[in-house]
Design a protein around this ligand. Structure first.
Ligand SMILES: Cc1cc2nc3c(=O)[nH]c(=O)nc-3n(C[C@H](O)[C@H](O)[C@H](O)COP(=O)(O)OP(=O)(O)OC[C@H]3O[C@@H](n4cnc5c(N)ncnc54)[C@H](O)[C@@H]3O)c2cc1C
Ligand code: SF4
Ligand code: SF4
Ligand code: SF4
Length: 394
């Protein structure tokens, strides 16, 4: 049976828990707040399916049929503004929903826990739109995917590369009606730390009134400078803060609240088992100045001939331009390079383990942070922020 001796070798993908015929594997949060499999050894029948299915233990680097890269913008402006980058997820979902299929993605539940869910209608896609930089709880999603495929329905499953590998390994065979979309995944934060963040901000805002959370809200300053925003049912903003001051985002981008497997990720490769890999396109101005509208653009790498065939039918949903694949990959190091642990990680999680809220000590609103926030906000208001950001990136 599966045993976790080295936490850097478990992504928490839950393939083992989904495949276990005795249902004796549960995913529990450890003392850093991340999900790991725990086996009820009394129920275990020693079939070893969990070990045979684990995509980390059985890692084989896949070979993509194609490596074509496109830059994409969803033609529906409302959808594009609501999406993290160019709205490719929604365009691919439309393909599946038009064929009476189902879509799986990461959403917030009523307690603001990030988990995978399923939907079969356009209105439901809103729940999955928006990157959540917290590890999503898979639950029994892979079993549900298999059920839907066995009913001969189209299925789009979206997630981090390790989750896509987990599902692929769990299914153990190819399905004509399954579409897999992963993302370029920088890393993922601890769900336990996310809970502490909610408790921290909840001291000053009414969390029970929050009905929509966005990690990358474009509505105020556009795609170039996104904010974390909490809104109520009426759409009124209850909380909003940018990446230089938001403690949760700072713990994420500084590689502090990161899962150990993200420092040793085996899935940061160009070739993948998915049909598509989506990621941001901040440098759209380098490809095509006319597309540089600050509303969001996605890069999309197509790995399979099925993916290419489907994309051909989506020209009414998305503006698509093929770009040089090597240049596109080179523009985003997170596609192939792992995060490096920050020096703060140890003391940060020591405090987490003590039961005290990490944000009362770490990532505080210092004078320097306040100055950076003011500067960024002023530069954004007068339209100079994006040019300075581009100059700094080179
Ligand atoms: C954890 C994470 C890290 C990322 N890191 C990078 C990066 O380093 N560089 C880069 O260029 N792009 C990164 N992205 C991808 C980028 O943010 C966009 O998701 C991507 O460009 C797709 O854009 P979209 O407009 O189609 O997405 P949207 O329409 O906003 O859809 C979001 C999609 O992401 C999925 N998703 C959201 N949160 C999670 C989660 N916690 N776990 C699993 N799936 C999730 C949803 O199911 C949905 O399919 C990351 C995304 C996530 C979730
Ligand atoms: S060995 Fe078989 S029964 Fe035991 S935990 Fe693994 S999958 Fe479950
Ligand atoms: S990587 Fe996935 S399948 Fe392997 S032990 Fe961890 S949760 Fe289970
Ligand atoms: S960096 Fe790797 S291990 Fe971490 S969430 Fe992303 S795909 Fe999974």
């Amino acid at each position: 049976m599966i045993e976790i001796n080295d936490k850097s070798q478990c992504t928490g993908c839950a393939a083992c828990a989904n495949v276990c015929p005795s249902n004796c594997i549960s995913m529990f949060q450890d003392d850093e707040g991340f999900y790991y499999p725990v086996v009820d050894s009394e129920k275990c029948i020693h079939c070893e399916l969990c070990i045979k299915t684990c995509p980390v233990i059985n890692r084989r680097t896949p070979e993509s049929e194609t490596r074509k890269v496109y830059i994409c913008q969803n033609v529906d402006l409302k959808i594009r503004k609501d999406s993290t980058s160019g709205g490719v997820f929604s365009a691919l979902s439309k393909y599946v929903l038009d064929r009476n299929g189902v879509v799986f993605g990461a959403e917030f539940d009523r307690n603001s826990i990030v988990r995978h869910g399923m939907c079969d209608n356009t209105a439901g896609l809103k729940r999955f739109r928006g990157s959540k930089y917290v590890q999503s709880f898979i639950g029994s999603s892979y079993k549900l995917v298999k059920d839907e495929l066995n009913k001969d329905r189209w299925v789009l499953f979206t997630g981090t590369p390790c989750q896509i590998e987990g599902l692929h390994s769990y299914l153990g065979k190819e399905y004509k009606k399954l579409i897999l979309m992963d993302i370029v995944c920088y890393s993922i934060s601890s769900p336990g730390v996310w809970r502490q963040f909610l408790d921290y901000v909840g001291k000053n805002i009414p969390l029970d009134k929050v009905s929509c959370i966005k990690f990358r809200d474009k509505s105020k300053y556009g795609y170039e400078y996104t904010l974390m925003t909490f809104r109520d049912k009426e759409g009124k903003t209850i909380y909003s803060s940018g990446p230089e001051s938001n403690p949760m985002l700072r713990s994420f981008v500084s590689n502090t609240s990161t899962r150990p497997s993200c420092y040793a990720c085996k899935f940061k490769t160009i070739d993948r088992v998915s049909d598509y890999t989506a990621w941001d396109c901040y440098n759209v101005y380098k490809y095509n100045k006319n597309l540089d509208d600050n509303l969001g653009t996605s890069h999309l790498m197509v790995h399979s001939s099925k993916g290419l065939e489907i994309l051909k039918t989506l020209k009414r949903e998305m503006s698509l331009y093929q770009v040089n694949a090597e240049e596109a990959v080179a523009s985003e190091p997170a596609m192939t390079q792992c995060a490096v642990p920050s020096d703060m990680r140890k003391p940060f999680f020591k405090m987490y383990r003590s039961g005290n809220n990490v944000f009362t000590r770490f990532f505080q609103d210092t004078k320097r942070v306040k100055v950076e926030r003011l500067l960024r906000s002023v530069l954004s208001r007068i339209g100079l922020y994006k040019y300075i950001k581009r100059l700094m990136k080179g």
